[in-house]
Design a protein around this ligand. Structure first.
Ligand code: AMP
Length: 368
């Protein structure tokens, strides 16, 4: 089936670190890898949103952007099948953000639980810029610009997807002639001016692991909370990080609480049978040395990461005669993805503006 005939997926990552971690892998990347053939996929790097917390570090955002694309390539996302999209190069996203900001209540944005958690866990206090809550509206535009059916994300993003669904439905009701009682799944068919006149109301697809906890055992694994195992971490570093997990068992026969990160990592990274055996041994009060379990979990994670690490290392190597490579290769991949993405996003913007009575001609966006 050609990509144009497939339903679309939009998802992405924010470049606030030089690479992605295990939480991204089990929360979202795995799903993306699985669905690459079935769906027309758009993977977005939210580089404008990275400025909400890193405005003084523009150089870092650029380096992080290139690093994340290298991780995508290293895990097996394929730019031949899926578009890698750079948010700052899609003008329709910025314009839709502005339009959506007009139909979403301010207080609703400020009540978004994901924003509240971020403000707390990142210690943003009252210092965050106006653009910080704005990014929640922007994320509705990131998604709806591609009129996707599915958005594969971790659990922390559910509130954002809910807001995005609300915006789509409100827009359809205000400008697409969709009645207030039409259920979300029927919106795409219910527009007064035909299917394309309204936004399909996208669904979140939560990954195999909804929320991978960080090695601190306190928060979700996160790039900015110093509790992450990165996909590019060397094998020794991975093992050291696993070894640093506190299990706080008073004796070697005490149970391991389910809330402990080691407990979750046993379930997530060891084969199912082996995981249940270890869990049964802990529960039965058998003598267990945590060090042995940590070594086993560390080895399993390293086996998963070995090929990813070596592909990323190869991508770090600069281009040589006859071989593309390094940052130049990444920039080429981004440029190709942006071109494909702008074709879809411009069409969406045109349809939205037409519905709003704002269409006065069609413009062309492209590279020089
Ligand atoms: P972010 O790094 O916040 O831009 O997140 C990118 C994607 O990875 C989103 O779909 C998140 O829900 C997902 N994600 C990030 N951290 C985790 C985690 N610790 N567990 C599960 N999913 C995660």
């Amino acid at each position: 089936m050609s990509n144009a005939a497939k339903p679309r997926i939009l998802t992405g990552d924010t470049p606030t670190a030089t690479g992605l971690h295990l939480g991204h892998y089990v929360g979202s990347l795995e799903t993306r890898l699985r669905l690459q053939d079935e769906y027309d996929c758009y993977f977005l790097i939210a580089n404008v949103h990275a400025f909400t917390t890193l405005a003084e570090k523009a150089g870092e955002i650029r380096a992080n952007t290139l690093g994340i694309v290298k991780d995508w390539l290293a895990v097996g996302l394929d730019p031949e099948r899926s578009a890698f999209v750079l948010q700052s190069e899609i003008p329709a996203i910025a314009e839709l953000t502005f339009l959506f900001a007009m139909i979403i209540p301010f207080n609703k944005v400020m009540r978004n639980p994901t924003l509240k958690t971020e403000i707390e866990s990142k210690g943003l206090g009252e210092t965050y810029p106006f653009g910080f809550p704005m990014y929640a509206v922007g994320q509705c535009a990131d998604i709806l610009a591609f009129r996707p059916e599915l958005v594969p994300v971790g659990e922390d993003q559910e509130a954002h997807i809910e807001m995005c669904r609300d915006v789509a439905m409100k827009f359809n009701q205000l400008y697409g002639g969709v009645g207030n009682r039409v259920p979300a799944d029927d919106h795409a068919r219910a527009g007064s001016a035909g299917e394309n006149a309204v936004f399909p109301v996208p669904r979140a697809r939560i990954g195999r692991v909804a929320r991978l906890v960080g090695i601190d055992g306190q928060n979700k694994m996160s790039k900015s909370l110093n509790n992450a195992i990165f996909l590019y971490d060397e094998a020794k570093v991975v093992q050291k990080k696993i070894n640093s997990i506190r299990t706080d068992r008073p004796t070697t026969t005490s149970p391991l609480p389910e809330s402990n990160p080691l407990s979750q990592y046993i379930d997530v990274f060891l084969p199912a049978e082996r995981a249940s055996q270890i869990k049964a041994d802990y529960a039965a009060g058998k003598t267990i040395m945590d060090g042995h379990v940590k070594a086993e979990v560390g080895a399993a994670i390293n086996a998963l990461l070995d090929p990813i690490r070596s592909r990323r290392a190869a991508l770090e190597a600069p281009a040589a005669p006859g071989r593309a490579g390094g940052d130049a290769l990444v920039v080429d991949v981004i440029r190709a993805g942006v071109k494909k993405a702008n074709a879809v996003a411009e069409e969406t913007l045109m349809l939205a503006k037409r519905a709003m009575g704002l269409d006065f001609g069609r413009r062309v966006v492209g590279w020089e």
